[in-house]
Design a binder for this molecule. Structure first.
Ligand SMILES: Nc1ncnc2c1ncn2[C@@H]1O[C@H](COP(=O)(O)OP(=O)(O)OP(=O)(O)O)[C@@H](O)[C@H]1O
Ligand SMILES: [Zn+2]
Length: 473
């Protein structure tokens, strides 16, 4: 099966065939750097990092652009309220996002253009739109004329008569459904020169100009959160197509992270910042959690779901480390065909994880029965699969910046001691020597280690509050 991706525009899964053979070009709308990132903000970065890794694994040269929106109403307002320069505000939160992506092992983009660095390209695009009769300049503002682009609404399914741009009504707008390309200079705000006067760009214009500057007039995939379908992506598409560019051939949108059934959002106050979550779980566990749902589904946050995901990751990690410890260094092997089939089906991560956990179970059984070759094969396959998902437990990245640096090896060391105890208990039980079996269990309990018998064998966990290391034997 070839990779199929669900395209928002055509509303169906479509086979992925790169425009230029051997090269995949992807644009992801990045952050508006106005505040500390919450876990909802980075979901798109994580979800489409899996896409990128999967395309890289097919041998494609992946050009992945994720922009930074560093000029925006909210940035200006918040910086002013704090009495700080707007550019310092933007730079501060750009670093916060960069840190979050790095902690989560999201590959750095091929380029990360800032809006303020691409004003020239935006002016050129506006000129082309004016020449094509899709835009008008009035009083220093420049607007897109939606009636001048008959295909408007195709991406989101909006009918022209129902369009509400959700932006303040520009003084010179000829039709309320038109949207702003460029805003005339306001007193005290940053501005750049254009043939129509000084001002600053509208958000939609930025992405069209940057995507085209780096990826060309046509490119393969445009990604972003589902709330960007309208108006942001509808407007990006209108601008670029209106100017005569092919623009994105496929559109992918990820679902929200929700909390209490509502979009995690600063204005609702139901947000969890990345540093906050990283006090509860390690970065690799958070990455596993954020990437574990299908990218198009809602990910409803709960502490127990986060802890369950962390425990599931630790099970994978404990297995790989145990093989590394007992059998020898685990290399990166090959993934099973079902894993590839799952990802080829619109990045079906949940089905891919089922294959991954099946391999861990099989590997644990092999290790228990002394079949080291089979265990090693499973472990190397597990590394291959987790590598695609960005959560390879042995990836040096996890200890590179000290984030959770000691937890992995400590878990592994503890695991190897506990596993010996559990094996002694399993043998005692097989011989119906209940006294020895109970003694082992009591000894572990006294050390704060809880043992649970599961169909896949005994599992252990540190008692405490459930946030500690766990493993399976
Ligand atoms: N809960 C979420 N789940 C997934 N993506 C999100 C979530 N919240 C925001 N995003 C993404 O992050 C980007 C910025 O979104 P937005 O400014 O709406 O979020 P916010 O910072 O929580 O602000 P607000 O409170 O105004 O909603 C968008 O691309 C959006 O798709
Ligand atoms: Zn964008």
């Amino acid at each position: 099966m070839t990779l199929h991706l669900y395209d928002t525009e055509t509303r169906e899964p479509r086979p992925f065939t790169p425009l230029v053979p051997g090269v995949a070009s992807i644009y992801l709308c990045g952050a508006t750097v106005q505040g500390e990132p919450h876990i909802g903000h980075v979901r798109s970065g994580v979800a489409f990092d899996v896409l990128r890794r999967w395309l890289l694994a097919q041998g494609l040269d992946v050009r992945f652009i994720r922009n930074v929106t560093d000029i925006d109403d909210k940035i200006l307002r918040k910086a002013e309220e704090a009495g700080r320069p707007w550019w310092e505000w933007a730079a501060t939160y750009e670093r916060a996002f960069t840190d979050a992506y790095r902690h989560l092992n999201v590959l750095p983009p091929s380029a990360e253009p800032r809006a303020t660095g691409h004003i020239t390209q935006m002016v050129e695009l506006m000129q082309r739109l004016l020449d094509a009769g899709c835009a008008y300049a009035e009083g220093g503002d420049v607007y897109f004329d939606v009636r001048g682009f008959p295909d408007y609404g195709r991406l989101s399914g909006h009918r022209l008569e129902d369009v509400h741009q959700g932006e303040s009504a520009g003084e010179f707008k000829r039709d309320p459904r038109d949207f702003t390309l460029w805003k005339a200079e306001k007193q005290g705000e940053p501005s750049w020169p254009t043939p129509w006067g000084r001002g600053r760009p509208g958000w939609h214009l930025e992405c069209s100009a940057m995507a085209t500057a780096y990826l060309g007039e046509s490119f393969d995939i445009h990604c972003g959160g589902m709330d960007l379908v309208f108006p942001h992506h509808e407007n990006e598409r209108a601008q670029s197509r209106g100017a005569g560019d092919g623009f994105a051939r496929t559109w992918l949108h990820n679902g929200w992270v929700t909390m209490g059934g509502e979009k995690m959002s600063k204005s609702l106050g139901n947000v969890l910042s990345i540093p906050n979550v990283l006090t509860q779980v390690r970065p690799q566990e958070l990455r596993y959690y954020l990437g574990s749902a299908h990218y198009r589904s809602i990910l409803e946050y709960s502490e127990s779901a986060l802890q369950d995901a962390a425990a599931a990751f630790r099970k994978i990690e404990a297995f790989v480390r145990r093989v590394d410890d007992r059998v020898g260094p685990v290399g990166v092997g090959v993934w099973p065909e079902q894993f590839a089939a799952a990802l080829d089906d619109d990045l079906g991560v949940p089905a891919a994880l089922a294959v991954l956990h099946g391999t861990v179970t099989e590997g644990n059984r092999a290790l228990e029965s002394g079949d080291h070759a089979a265990a090693a094969a499973c472990a190397s396959s597990v590394r291959a699969m987790t590598g695609i998902l960005g959560v390879d437990p042995l990836d040096e990245r996890w200890s590179a910046d000290g984030a959770g640096a000691d937890a992995g090896p400590a878990t592994a060391a503890l695991d190897s001691l506990i596993v010996e105890q559990l094996e002694m208990r399993t043998r005692a039980r097989a011989e119906k020597d209940w006294a020895v079996a109970d003694e082992v269990r009591d000894r572990l309990a006294a050390a704060g280690i809880e043992v649970t018998d599961t169909p896949e064998g005994p599992e252990w966990a540190l008692r405490a509050d459930g946030t500690d290391s766990r493993g399976a034997s």
